[in-house]
Design a protein around this ligand. Structure first.
Ligand code: GCO
Ligand code: MN
Ligand code: MN
Length: 389
């Protein structure tokens, strides 16, 4: 098979250590795969053609490690990265596993927990920067509620904002070159998570002290769990210059958090997403935040990882084919009709334009009589995807 679909570091594919390291534990059953050493994942992923790995502090350094244990672990990990030519472009904090975070981290009702969460994140930022990370993700897995009566709602937003502002200043004070990316999720593990969609995060960012330092990390599964169109969320983030990072995976709507292999369920949505990122020449990391089915052994894990990257590259090729298909492009040119005069008239208000507009007759019934040929376009899209064009 053509090596067009063979991933290379220049494709900038990354995996979380927690993804290929996922042992298959779920709320109903125990681990089905042994724990893997981070250094082993680095080696295997480099052999598959990935660019790098991302990590939570505790994916690498156990929660209760001493300072000297930490330094030894980090030293060995850095050596593995160097040996394999792998990078750590993104890092994050585990603010959800330890029982202390059972009521949230930055939004816990307990100020001691909130302060501990900020302290833990400062150390995790130090670790991420030491490993070369340029993007720092905040996913508030426990920042939510089952009992809304337990908190004064607006406090939760304010506490979250105070923490992010504090940590932005910490980064600047240390002289780190690091940007933040906020990741929304509607639920799981909390019954409801605060600021549940990318759109909520985009607004929240504008209320921070330094909005340019903070963007978003949208995840395919998360908007899909909320019944939303992931592509639309990504488009809004991209257009706003806020798409700092992306978590690629797949998900059936209305299910538990599945973290499926990229492109395994919603192939058309995955295609349009890849097309969006490629057409925009988006320069960020294509990060897979997913894991192998619980049915799999180690071999299945590497099949999963290779499959995510290979599907992305196949969809990238399909996007190129779509863009070069004369019939599709001809149809799109008709569908996306242009009218420079009218477009100028309705952009940039003036009293004169308003009065010109008032005087125009658009003959709406005539416009409405014509169909849009989207059936044809969609069928052509499906045929590209099915490989018959
Ligand atoms: C999830 C999230 C996480 C985060 C990760 C990095 O549903 O569990 O997607 O995997 O992305 O914690 O912040
Ligand atoms: Mn997720
Ligand atoms: Mn994620």
């Amino acid at each position: 098979m053509s090596d067009l679909f063979q991933p290379k570091p220049s494709d900038r594919f990354t995996f979380g250590l927690w993804t290929v390291g996922n042992p298959g534990r779920d709320p109903f059953g125990d681990a089905v795969r042994p724990t893997v050493a981070p250094t082993y994942s680095v080696k295997k992923l480099s052999e598959l053609g990935a660019y790098g790995v991302n990590l939570h502090d505790n994916d690498l350094v156990p929660f209760d490690a001493t300072a000297s244990e930490r330094d030894q672990i980090v030293k060995e990990f850095k050596q593995a990265l160097e040996d394999c030519g792998m990078k750590v472009p993104m890092a994050t904090t585990n603010l959800f596993f330890h029982p202390v975070f059972r009521d949230g981290a930055f939004t816990s009702n307990n100020p001691k927990v909130r302060a501990f969460a900020v302290q833990k994140t400062m150390s995790a930022i130090d670790l991420g920067v030491e490993l070369g990370a340029e993007i720092y993700v905040f996913w508030g897995g426990r920042e939510g509620a089952e009992v809304d009566a337990s908190k004064n709602g607006p406090d939760t937003i304010k506490w979250f904002r105070d923490s992010i502002n504090f940590l932005c200043d910490y980064v600047k004070d240390q002289g780190y070159d690091l940007k933040f990316a906020l990741e929304a999720k509607p639920n799981e593990p909390r019954g409801d998570i605060y600021m549940p969609t990318t759109g909520h995060m985009l607004h929240f960012i504008e209320t921070l002290d330094d909005p340019p330092m903070v963007g978003v990390n949208p995840e395919f599964a998360h908007e899909t769990m909320a019944g939303l169109n992931f592509l639309h969320g990504v488009i809004q983030a991209l257009e706003a210059g806020k798409l700092f990072h992306i978590d690629l995976n797949d998900q059936k709507m209305g299910r538990f958090d599945q973290d499926l292999r990229f492109g395994s369920e919603n192939i058309k949505a995955a295609f349009l997403l890849v097309k969006l990122l490629e057409d925009a020449n988006w320069g960020g990391m294509k990060h897979f935040d997913a894991h192998a089915y619980r049915t799999e052994d180690e071999e299945g894990v590497w099949d999963f990882a290779a499959g995510c990257m290979r599907t992305y590259l196949i969809l990238k090729e399909k996007a190129k084919q779509f863009n070069e298909d004369a019939e599709i492009q001809g149809l799109l040119a008709e569908i996306q009709s242009k009218d420079a005069e009218l477009e100028a008239l309705i952009s940039g208000y003036s009293a004169d334009k308003a009065s010109q507009l008032r005087g125009r007759d658009f003959a709406p019934d005539q416009i409405a009589a014509k169909g849009h040929a989207y059936e044809k376009l969609d069928q052509l899209t499906v045929e590209v995807l099915l490989g018959v064009r």
